[in-house]
Design a protein around this ligand. Structure first.
Ligand SMILES: [Zn+2]
Length: 107
């Protein structure tokens, strides 16, 4: 119930199976996506770009790093707030266990 209200900002990225041979948008002269092959599709402005699994791995790794750095940028602010869902009008968390549970293990 609560999860469905959270916006999916990655909605324009999906895994598709090629119905026909496609060119990889990242290296169109070198990479070909064969018919039936799984690949990454990025939909932007109603046009779709297809990336082969090799390029998709790079693209996703880059996106992952970006998400991580954004999360790390938010983390200190969140830990100062203590309670995450209170901004959304939900019930406030009485314990501070939520913030610590999200943090990576300190080493
Ligand atoms: Zn490629």
């Amino acid at each position: 119930m609560v999860m469905s209200a959270i916006r999916d900002i990655l909605g324009h990225i999906e895994i598709q199976t090629a119905l026909a041979a496609r060119k990889c948008s990242h290296r169109p002269k070198k990479h070909v996506i064969m018919k039936g092959q799984v690949h990454l599709a990025v939909i932007e402005n109603q046009s779709r770009k297809n990336y082969c699994v090799l390029c998709a791995a790079d693209i996703l790794a880059r996106a992952e790093n970006k998400l991580l750095s954004i999360k790390q940028g938010l983390a200190p602010v969140l830990s100062r707030l203590g309670e995450v869902p209170s901004l959304r009008g939900g019930r406030p968390l009485s314990q501070s266990t939520h913030a610590t549970a999200c943090e990576p293990p300190s080493s």
